[in-house]
Design a protein around this ligand. Structure first.
Ligand code: FES
Length: 550
């Protein structure tokens, strides 16, 4: 008798005594580690999705893990039969947006002005010698997302993009959204979230075709929590009203001139040059972080005369509205529903995820699945499509109620009932609330600015989710305003683009520092109409300009 153990989709017959890590090695699966199974590095985490009771009890080194997460080097198969399914924190094939599209500025045309320069074999940062080498001078731009991490390697002398990589944020063992991560970091001393991420980033940098010691500068952006976790700042205050980072508090008190952060390569725990500079871009305010700031640089907001909006839909949707004369920003606590979190059959944009849905004339579902595989679940863009199609076909009303008082709609029948992919009415409620938070944010920012949706000349949908949305479906369900489609730019990863700009140009970095100080932060929770806007936004109907809506 043996247990069928499936790791990252590959199966093996497992008997007692060997760890999940051992079996992963037999299967040729790369498990992150820097302690070689000693239970010290905490990097070998796996998420167990089936068969936890067939595994050994949690060991002492796993104290920091809860729920379905285990250290694979500490976990053995103990049952004699059954099934165990798990995956490493770095699942393959996730669709992560690494690039930006439709922006007014192209980094390839940027005037190079990096902080790291060469004089013979002397390599200097802002004129201070940090090394002697005739090798290349490299830099890395990083976008630390709550869900995904993107690294981009560039040659600082030529501006050439050498390589890039992306992976899921392994910190999800501490929760799927920022508030859970803040609670986790506060309750678990030892900077485990940072150390785990540093382990994964070390591997990613090690896979680049370079000597990591040639990396002399990094520019890191991310929302306030992700950035500050990386820089080993306490994030406790970001989780408490009025939701300010330590750097923002210190700046308000006159103790610092910028919310940006700097540390050495050595302190970052990464394999780059120990005297490299790691620059954390400035955060705007509250949860509106350095990633949103980098987006402003990417769309050249400092020189923009037109009224533009940037919306990065995610666990925390960020909104920026304005032009070179006036800029407003807000963060909307949408939660993970549109990323597949809290949805019965939700999943990230991995192979097997339903990414597009259409209802045919005969009422059947036509599904587009990533990797052309049998459907396993549904990701964000598929959820938007299915809601839109159910509305269009009259099978769901504006309030999110299914026809005939049904509570479940099956999108795909699997070989066994547990393989069905379906949408529950309770899922629709989760999506309604996520949407409600986004719409409330839009209404608050636009009304504070004193403009209406149709005053906007360019509406940038930033981020990987925005890039893959069906625009007409998004407008139909009211996820984005009902604007002319010609005004909408699905811009992709503008945060990594802005981070790269700041890496290649000192003057642009200064522009970023100046820009964030001019942003007026709208605190949604204090706006008198927030609740009314939220309730309106929970309905599945187009979000019209106020003039049309009244
Ligand atoms: S391999 Fe380091 S803790 Fe498991």
């Amino acid at each position: 008798m043996a247990v069928t153990l499936t790791i990252n989709g590959q199966s093996i017959q497992a008997t007692g005594g060997r760890s999940l890590f051992d079996y992963a090695e037999v299967l040729g699966i790369d498990v992150p580690t820097s302690c070689r199974k000693q239970g010290k590095c905490k990097e070998c985490i796996v998420e167990v999705v089936e068969g936890m009771n067939a595994l050994s009890a949690a060991a002492e080194p796993e104290r920091h893990l809860t729920g379905s997460f285990r250290l694979s080097c500490q976990t053995c198969v103990t049952a004699e039969e059954g099934n165990v399914r798990c995956h490493t924190m770095r699942r393959g094939q996730m669709r992560i947006e690494r690039h930006a599209f439709g922006l007014p500025v192209d980094n390839r045309e940027l005037k190079l002005d990096p902080a790291v320069t060469r004089d013979g074999d002397r390599i200097m940062i802002d004129g201070v010698e940090v090394d002697r080498s005739t090798g290349p001078i490299l830099g890395i731009a990083v976008d630390l997302g709550t869900t995904t991490i993107v690294l981009r390697l560039v040659d600082l002398e030529s501006g050439e993009l050498i390589a890039d990589t992306s992976f899921e944020n392994p910190q999800r063992f501490g929760g799927s959204e920022v508030m859970s991560r803040i609670a986790y970091d506060t309750e678990h001393p030892g900077k485990l979230l940072m150390r785990t991420l540093a382990g994964y980033m070390t591997r990613a940098i090690g896979e680049f075709p370079i000597d990591p010691k040639s990396v002399y500068e990094m520019v890191v952006v991310g929302n306030s929590t992700m950035r500050d976790l990386f820089f080993r700042q306490s994030v406790y205050t970001i989780g408490q009203s009025p939701y300010r980072s330590i750097t923002e508090i210190e700046m308000t008190e006159g103790k610092r001139a910028t919310t940006s952060l700097i540390q050495t390569g050595m302190r970052s725990l990464l394999p780059i040059h120990p005297r490299a500079r790691v620059y954390g871009g400035p955060v705007i305010s509250g949860h509106v972080g350095a990633d949103a700031a980098a987006c402003m640089l990417a769309v050249d907001l400092a020189h923009e005369e037109r009224l533009i909006a940037i919306m990065d839909i995610g666990t925390n949707t960020e909104l920026i509205v304005g032009n070179k004369h006036r800029i407003l920003a807000a963060s909307c606590p949408a939660g993970p529903a549109f990323e597949g979190g809290a949805i019965a059959c939700g999943m990230p944009a991995l192979d097997g995820a339903i990414e597009s849905v259409a209802i045919a004339e005969n009422g059947t579902f036509r599904l587009g699945v990533i990797g052309n595989l049998p459907p396993e679940g549904i990701c964000g863009s598929g959820l938007v499509d299915v809601l839109s199609e159910l509305l269009r076909a009259g099978r769901m009303n504006h309030m999110g109620r299914f026809e005939n008082e049904a509570h479940r709609i099956t999108l795909h029948h699997g070989r066994a009932p547990e393989e069905d992919v379906f949408l529950l009415e309770s899922d629709v409620n989760e999506l309604a609330q996520a949407k409600g938070a986004n719409v409330a944010g839009l209404r608050v920012v636009f009304s504070t600015y004193g403009i209406d949706f149709d005053d906007i000349e360019v509406f940038y949908l930033a981020g990987g989710f925005g890039r893959h949305l069906n625009i007409e479906a998004s407008k139909r369900i009211g996820l984005i305003p009902n604007l002319a489609s010609s005004k909408i730019v699905q811009a992709g990863n503008t945060a990594i683009e802005g981070a790269t700009t700041a890496l290649l140009s000192k003057s642009k970095r200064q522009e970023l520092e100046d820009l964030v100080k001019r942003v007026q932060h709208c605190r949604l929770e204090t706006h008198p109409s927030f609740f009314d806007f939220f309730v309106e936004g929970c309905q599945f109907k187009p979000v019209e300009p106020v003039a049309c809506a009244t």
